[in-house]
Design a protein around this ligand. Structure first.
Ligand code: PLP
Length: 402
């Protein structure tokens, strides 16, 4: 019997994806053919979730927390997260400011659904997490990219791009401080400038703070903490990174109560509620013994230090030392010239096939912007052990030097 293909809805043509998953698939094929792969492409983690979180989740399940729970999350977790974010951000939040989600990612689409009308313009970072552009366009908005430029110590926001793109139709700014993929972090002065910009243009802001607690020195700062910003900002919070819980799928939207109510109503429509018993694990994560997350950050810092040192030893590569996130975004313009490689894909394939080192390139985080001359790739060190980092980057160096 021949089956006629069902016509897919028009909106699906506007839905993007994470092309980084294709890099994982390619690396897996290469590995299955008997080659060693050094996985720097993964934004995932190879570290275990702290034991006290696992134990609290098991206990909750044994205690019968296997049914539905309130759609915005269990009250003790909403209260604990409101207290945690209040303390870290200098805000006065309560449980009505928190809607628990199945991961940090759903906050992006729900924020856009709650605040963007079709035809509205949305400023978003590029290079950046690809789901922003996907969700903006899927829901009928116009995506306006802004980028980052190399500063003396780290990447800095390209403020000129923000000012050049904004118009009277712009409604939303998506802002990812502690940024994936660049590791960029705004200085207090840059944050003030962004806040002034958002207030001047009356923008709603999504503060994607997925990497808030993945930091090695200094203190994270939020745009939402600046005067006038809390009322127009929703914070994307996730349990994924700090607690090594990427596969558990738990996060939260934190923001003004009336917007949180809308997001909770979207929860009812989408998934009813987030997984019930693991919310007790997350509660233990927030309120219990903190040695687990401290150890996760200590291990990640060791990896960061090794990666930065070894990448900077490779001819034609230069790399900043971000104080947060688990990403590095080295400039590889010189390496490509040295090896006679004309495209990102040629670089990525050559590195994989000749050294086993697998990474994503700038193009996995958005289309190149007009006038972009330098070439960058992303190294994630959250899913690769220290010995493999040393071995893989040693091979990459030998290849670069050959
Ligand atoms: C910038 C950014 N935002 C949000 C997320 C989503 O995190 P989660 O795994 O909690 O959905 C990620 C995940 O990598 C990310 O890099």
């Amino acid at each position: 019997m021949t089956v006629s293909p069902l016509p897919v809805a028009e909106r699906i043509s506007r839905l993007g994806t994470e092309t980084a998953f294709a890099v994982s698939a390619e690396a897996a094929v290469w590995q299955s053919e008997g080659h060693t792969v050094y996985p720097f492409h993964l934004g995932d983690m190879d570290l275990p979730t702290p034991e006290n979180i696992v134990a609290a989740s098991f206990k909750a399940l044994a205690d019968g927390k296997n049914g539905y729970c309130p759609n915005a999350g269990i009250m003790p977790l909403r209260e604990a997260l409101a207290a945690d974010v209040s303390a870290s951000h200098g805000l006065a939040l309560g449980p009505r400011n928190v809607a628990i989600q199945p991961g940090g990612k759903p906050v992006i689409g729900k924020f856009i659904l709650a605040l963007m009308n079709p035809g509205d313009e949305v400023l978003y970072p590029n290079p950046g997490y690809p789901i922003y552009e996907s969700q903006i366009e899927f829901h009928g908005g116009t995506a306006l990219p802004y980028g980052y430029v190399e500063g003396p110590e780290n990447f800095e926001l390209d403020f000129g791009a923000l000012e050049a793109q904004v118009s009277s139709r712009t409604r939303i700014l998506i802002f990812n401080n502690l940024q994936n993929p660049t590791g960029a972090e705004s200085s207090p002065a840059e944050l003030e400038r962004v806040a002034e910009f958002a207030l001047r243009h009356d923008l709603a802001v999504l503060c994607d703070e997925a990497y808030w607690d993945v930091r090695y020195s200094g203190q994270s700062r939020s745009l939402a903490s600046l005067p006038g910003m809390a009322a127009r900002s929703v914070i994307l919070y996730t349990f994924s990174k700090k607690f090594a819980m990427t596969g558990w799928r738990l996060g939260a939207a934190v923001g003004p109560a009336e917007i949180i109510d809308v997001i909770a109503k979207l929860n009812v429509n989408d998934e009813s509620c987030s997984n019930h018993f693991i919310q007790y694990g997350a509660l233990e994560g927030l309120t219990g013994d903190q040695s687990g997350p401290r150890e996760i950050v200590r291990l990640l810092k060791e990896r960061r230090d090794a990666c930065v040192r070894l990448l900077n030893e490779i001819p034609g590569v230069s790399c900043f030392t971000p104080a947060a996130t688990f990403y590095l975004f080295p400039n590889v313009t010189g390496l490509m010239a040295r090896k006679g490689l004309a495209s990102y894909d040629a670089l990525r394939r050559a590195a994989l096939e000749q050294t086993g080192v697998s990474f994503c390139t700038r193009l996995h985080f958005g289309r190149a912007l007009p006038g972009e001359k330098e070439a960058y790739v992303r190294f994630a060190y959250s899913g690769i052990s220290l010995p493999l980092i040393e071995e893989g980057l040693g091979r990459l160096k030998a290849w670069a030097e050959a």
